[in-house]
Design a protein around this ligand. Structure first.
Ligand code: NA7
Length: 540
């Protein structure tokens, strides 16, 4: 080897977000020699990177947290939906309780991983030159590790301030009195717009460049006190366990009746109740046929549309933000939770620009020009254009498996995984919160804890049985891919173009990237596979 020392591990974990920290903790407790390699300078994963204005959790308290007692027993949240700075403080608390950092290598990106079939281990190389030998490795890189923005003409000519949401400067950006633009209306674009619309003050101007309206729902933010939470702390273990009984890993259940079984009045009352409670309830507590029956879906859309139209007064803005005809099936794309997002558009200096019918043509030194020549003078631009989601982070590494096969080649035309955590020909390699797992259809911590527990149990099993290699079978991953496609086929998320199916990235294979069977079924399947002598895997 080179002058740089090679370290030997049982497990190398890539990424120090929820998944990586949880897995490290579980493995250390069982005596494995594990380490995290992390590109950022601290713990937090996406919460380390996503410091853009208004970045906030959309999962309602208390489910968006680790179920580790040492962590939750003496931590208090400020509200139902905490913001990014609070999440970073949370990770500092995690550090105080679990001492994770001593097993992390920060400011280091894994660039290559290579399998040695004789030695049954991986060589992992980093951009700093550091190298590891490890029996197993897990990419806890999540779904949003690779940012995306279109390569618009003249992007480099823009002389103002421009940042992608996931790469926001730590010191922030002062927008008071400035001409600012937000490009993109996903969960991120909505949050930035809502925040900047306040921060620009009366003298500034904000333009939100919209291709597709976000069907954002009312957040209903609730502030919390320490006393309230102290009372609940003894029940938290049960609450965390209960996440596994719900489809999304939130504590929300579909209503057990059909939309049109109710009279118009009853339905209206029910919708209003969900709306008032806020959060994802209007999506996840709704009539269970809302996702399957187009007429039921339209009914929900119209209720949503009318609530937004009540708040936005200008007819042009109204039609752009909440079109009379639905832009797509309700719930087909990830919606955002908003507080006063829509109200800001009643200000004369906050506007929405339609880039669906009149796309961005080019950037110039002091602004943006649309297809029809309309010129927008700008000082500051936020790119809320999303990510090469779910597979992008994995494909960013050169991963070489059995017989020299490279993962990007294997997945060039589509993604094949078994259980959404492994892929044939790449033994002893796992990934969490990635393709063909509940990932984007679930509350993050719910999903990654199930996966982390499973990987930990597998390592313990294999250690006991003196197995050195575990690899998925081709047939098993073919069947898993088919199941993933089948489960989603009849739902809005299966029908609407979005980052859920690769449609947001030009040239990316169109395929269903999330497992829509729900958390309980996913968890049971993982357990069954272990009980059933590792059906679908080859052990050696
Ligand atoms: P998203 O949800 O992928 O949103 C990206 C947005 O950028 C979306 O509104 C896109 O419009 C827009 N976009 C992309 N390319 C263009 C071009 N060329 N012109 C105009 N607009 C464009 O990313 P987010 O960061 O908001 O959210 C990612 C997830 O992170 C989120 O769902 C949470 O789970 C956390 P489109 O809708 O495709 O028309």
């Amino acid at each position: 080897e080179s002058a740089i020392e090679t370290e030997t591990l049982d497990m190398l974990i890539v990424g120090a977000g929820f998944a990586g920290v949880y897995l490290l903790h579980q493995l250390r407790k069982r005596g494995f020699n594990a380490k995290i390699v992390e590109a950022g300078s601290d713990l937090g994963g996406i919460w380390y990177w996503n410091r853009y204005p208004g970045a906030r959790v959309d999962s309602q308290y208390p489910v968006y947290a680790l179920s580790i007692p040492e962590v939750y027993r003496d931590w208090t949240w400020s509200s139902h939906y905490p913001d990014h700075s609070e999440l970073r403080a949370y990770f500092q608390h995690v550090e105080d309780r679990l001492q994770v950092r001593k097993d992390c290598v920060f400011d280091t990106k894994v660039t290559e991983a290579e399998w040695d079939d004789t030695a049954c281990r991986w060589t992992i190389r980093c951009d700093t030159g550091r190298t590891f030998q490890t029996r197993y490795w897990t990419a806890c890189t999540g779904f949003a590790a690779k940012r995306y923005f279109p390569d618009w003409e003249g992007l480099d000519d823009f002389k103002g301030v421009i940042h992608h949401s996931s790469f926001w400067p730590k010191e922030g950006v002062d927008v008071k009195g400035k001409r600012v633009a937000v490009i993109g209306t996903g969960a991120t674009g909505v949050q930035i717009t809502q925040e900047w619309a306040r921060e620009i003050g009366d003298q500034g101007h904000l333009k939100m460049f919209q291709r597709t309206p976000n069907l954002a729902c009312r957040m209903n933010q609730v502030l919390l006190t320490k006393e309230e939470q102290d009372k609940l702390v003894d029940g938290l273990a049960e609450t965390f366990a209960a996440r596994n009984n719900y489809y999304n890993g939130f504590l929300y259940q579909w209503r057990d009746s059909l939309t049109f079984d109710h009279s118009k009045e009853e339905r209206e009352r029910f919708y209003r109740m969900l709306w008032k409670m806020g959060g994802f309830r209007f999506l996840m507590n709704n009539y269970y046929d809302m996702t399957r029956n187009p007429a039921a879906n339209r009914e929900a859309y119209e209720f949503w549309r009318d609530r937004v139209r009540e708040r936005v007064h200008d007819p042009r803005k109204q039609e752009l933000l909440a079109p009379w005809e639905p832009p797509h099936l309700f719930g087909g794309k990830r919606l955002s939770l908003e507080q006063d997002f829509y109200d800001h558009f009643n200000k004369p200096n906050v506007d929405v620009v339609d880039v669906r019918n009149n796309p961005i043509k080019r950037f110039v030194s002091d602004g943006i020009i649309q297809e029809d020549g309309t010129y927008h003078k700008l000082d500051i631009i936020a790119l809320a254009t999303g990510f090469d989601s779910i597979t992008g982070g994995l494909k960013d590494m050169k991963i070489t498996g059995v017989d020299g096969q490279v993962l990007t080649d294997k997945w060039a035309k589509g993604t094949w995984t078994y259980l959404g955590m492994s892929t044939a020909g790449f033994p002893n390699f796992f990934f969490t919160y990635g393709p063909q797992a509940p990932t984007a259809f679930s509350n993050g911590p719910s999903c990654i804890e199930i996966q982390g527990d499973w990987i930990t149990a597998v390592l313990v099993d294999l250690r006991e049985r003196k197995v050195r290699k575990i690899d998925a079978q081709r047939g098993a991953e073919e069947a898993w891919r088919e199941l993933v496609f089948e489960l989603i086929s009849d739902t809005p998320r299966g029908k609407v173009d979005s980052w859920y199916n690769g449609a947001n990235i030009p040239g990316k294979p169109r395929e269903h990237l999330n497992y829509a069977g729900g958390i309980p079924r996913y968890k049971k399947t993982l357990e069954d596979v272990r009980k059933d002598e590792y059906r679908g895997f080859v052990l050696a």
